[in-house]
Design a protein around this ligand. Structure first.
Ligand code: IPE
Ligand code: IPE
Ligand code: MG
Length: 254
């Protein structure tokens, strides 16, 4: 009882700055109910709206949602088309909402390989919300960490060739400016739903010191209550970044 109380008190002061979510389990949610996988994705989109709202209420500054991986192109064409249609209608209906809520929208991933209509809407939404800075929503779309690293190395090498970078000066801060996530802080908390315990090529470098939280609920069922529970669990964790627990308690950092 006391521990729970303590935890919930500390949660008000230990809100993660950046939460990233692997939204998994839409297909199984639907199949369990005898519905087509597409219906699971539709319900998944509804949950995205609830969680975006809840993250803003909790004043989480950065929310990143894994919506489509580079590996997801290997799914049946009919499912890919359904996902793209859902994404298109989500963007059409949410643009005004994001403006009203003052949420800045970004994409992490190879945007130019997305269907043209979707890419245009993505660009528009990015442009129209770029003035906001307090709350940030990023969709990881056509995203894969390995592709991201290769793209970054390619762009970095170009900068070296053009004399804008000196390889002798290379450190992580400099290199991370070439990642899709250059404008985002590293995630503090990575959540995966649906009971799977893997990272599926998501933010591998950026999550070097993130806390992981695995939830058994399928994504459409992972509502605000579940989300708040994940935030509470995060608040109870001790992040040591290589130091000892004693060092943190003494706050000497020596
Ligand atoms: C996550 O749900 C959404 C995407 C990957 C696009 P899934 O579609 O992976 O659902 P499961 O894992 O098959 O149940
Ligand atoms: C990861 O889910 C990608 C997204 C949530 C968009 P997957 O369902 O594609 O991952 P695996 O294939 O089970 O690892
Ligand atoms: Mg899945």
């Amino acid at each position: 009882m006391n521990a729970v109380k303590q935890q919930s008190t500390s949660s008000t002061t230990k809100i993660p700055r950046h939460v990233a979510i692997i939204m998994d389990g839409n297909g199984r949610w639907a199949r369990l109910r005898g519905m087509p996988r597409e219906e699971g994705h539709r319900q998944g989109v509804e949950n995205v709206k609830r969680i975006v709202e809840c993250a803003k209420e909790l004043d989480i500054n950065y929310l990143t949602l894994y919506a489509f991986s580079v590996e997801n192109w290997n799914r049946p064409r009919i499912e890919i088309n359904a996902l793209m249609r859902l994404l298109e209608s989500f963007l059409k209906s949410q643009k005004r909402d994001l403006l009203e809520k003052q949420i800045r929208f970004r994409v992490a991933g190879r945007l130019d390989e997305m269907p043209k209509r979707v890419a245009r809407l993505l660009h528009e939404t990015i442009e129209e919300t770029r003035e906001f800075d307090r709350w940030n929503l990023t969709l990881a779309l056509n995203y894969g960490s390995r592709t991201e690293i290769l793209d970054a190395v390619r762009r970095y090498s170009e900068s070296v060739r053009e004399g804008r970078e000196d390889p002798d000066q290379l450190d992580w801060t400099r290199f991370s400016r070439y990642l899709y996530t250059a404008d985002l802080p590293d995630p503090d908390l990575v959540i995966r739903t649906s009971g799977e315990h893997r990272v599926s090529n998501f933010l591998l470098m950026q999550s070097a010191y993130a806390e992981y939280y695995f939830a058994s609920e399928f994504w459409p069922d992972f509502g605000p209550d579940c989300f708040r529970r994940a935030i509470e669990a995060y608040a109870g964790r001790e992040r040591r970044f290589g130091r000892t627990g004693e060092q943190l308690k003494n706050k000497s950092h020596s």
